[in-house]
Write a protein that binds this ligand. Sequence first.
Ligand SMILES: Nc1ncnc2c1ncn2[C@@H]1O[C@H](COP(=O)(O)OP(=O)(O)OP(=O)(O)O)[C@@H](O)[C@H]1O
Ligand SMILES: O=P(O)(O)OC[C@H]1O[C@H](OP(=O)(O)OP(=O)(O)O)[C@H](O)[C@@H]1O
Ligand SMILES: [Mg+2]
Length: 282
Amino acid sequence: MLRIAVPNKGSLSAPAAEILSEAGYRQRRDSRELVLADPGNDVEFFFLRPRDIAVYVGSGTVDVGITGRDLLLDSGAAAVEHRPLGFARSTFRFAAPAGEITSLEQVAGKRVATSYDVLVGDYLAAHGVDAEVVHLDGAVESSVQLGIADLVADVVETGSTLRAAGLATFGEPILRSEAVLIRHDGGAEVPAGLSVLDRRLQGVLVARQYVLMDYDVRVTDVEAAVAITPGLESPTVSPLHNGEWVAVRAMVRREDTNRVMDSLYDVGARAILTTSIHACRI
Ligand SMILES: Nc1ncnc2c1ncn2[C@@H]1O[C@H](COP(=O)(O)OP(=O)(O)OP(=O)(O)O)[C@@H](O)[C@H]1O
Ligand SMILES: O=P(O)(O)OC[C@H]1O[C@H](OP(=O)(O)OP(=O)(O)O)[C@H](O)[C@@H]1O
Ligand SMILES: [Mg+2]
């Protein structure tokens, strides 16, 4: 039975439950449940603090987990990223009172407040900057106003928390993070059952990223049309009762939907229909 660690709280928790549910797994009804067996799918879920998940996976007590890339790197655990999951996207950045610190070199000798000591310490060391790291559990943005730090290094999504605290980002992002599926860093050894979980999650991600497009086109225009919708392998072309026309079906990236429909119309395609994909295996 594959043991899967899932975030029990915070930004990762709801979207992690959603992707697992879309992938056909049971999910807990009560947020106080700590363990949930799903014998039908031969897996068991452990609901843990997001920051602890890499530690459990690294120790081998659970096989795989869902956490943030930033939390994985900060943990220093013997766990590796297996697949990015496309949600809880954020950047991890330095910020200081607007105009006061504007480059990484100016961080030398300053106090940096963060909840991600290892990530920040490693980054400063890699860039040869000697600064003091002040550990805080959260609400890091308040530390400068309260006088215990000169700048912060924290998760930024919209930037509104920073702005509200009168802070502005500077320098390159330290990291671009998102939720990731992680596994133990056991070299070539991959936990039994991971490939099924992985394929299912990939199926959900593809179903979210793509739509199915159907259209009719004259045989004379089919090459121009399929060049616009090459699909994953190759589009399906089916005969129509009117032999001068064919029906074409192909997967298209969701974000390209309207642009592709316009281009198809321009080369003579008609009855262009787009439908969502519920689930898939690529
Ligand atoms: N506003 C946000 N947008 C996107 N991702 C976020 C945001 N805040 C935190 N994250 C991501 O969530 C993970 C942090 O987990 P954490 O447990 O700290 O969640 P949280 O949302 O900060 O909850 P809490 O602070 O209430 O425990 C990290 O991977 C981080 O990048
Ligand atoms: O750029 P934004 O869209 O404003 O989002 C970023 C904020 O969201 C998270 O805070 P959270 O609410 O989890 O509080 P915390 O600092 O206590 O973790 C994160 O730590 C930032 O503070
Ligand atoms: Mg937080």
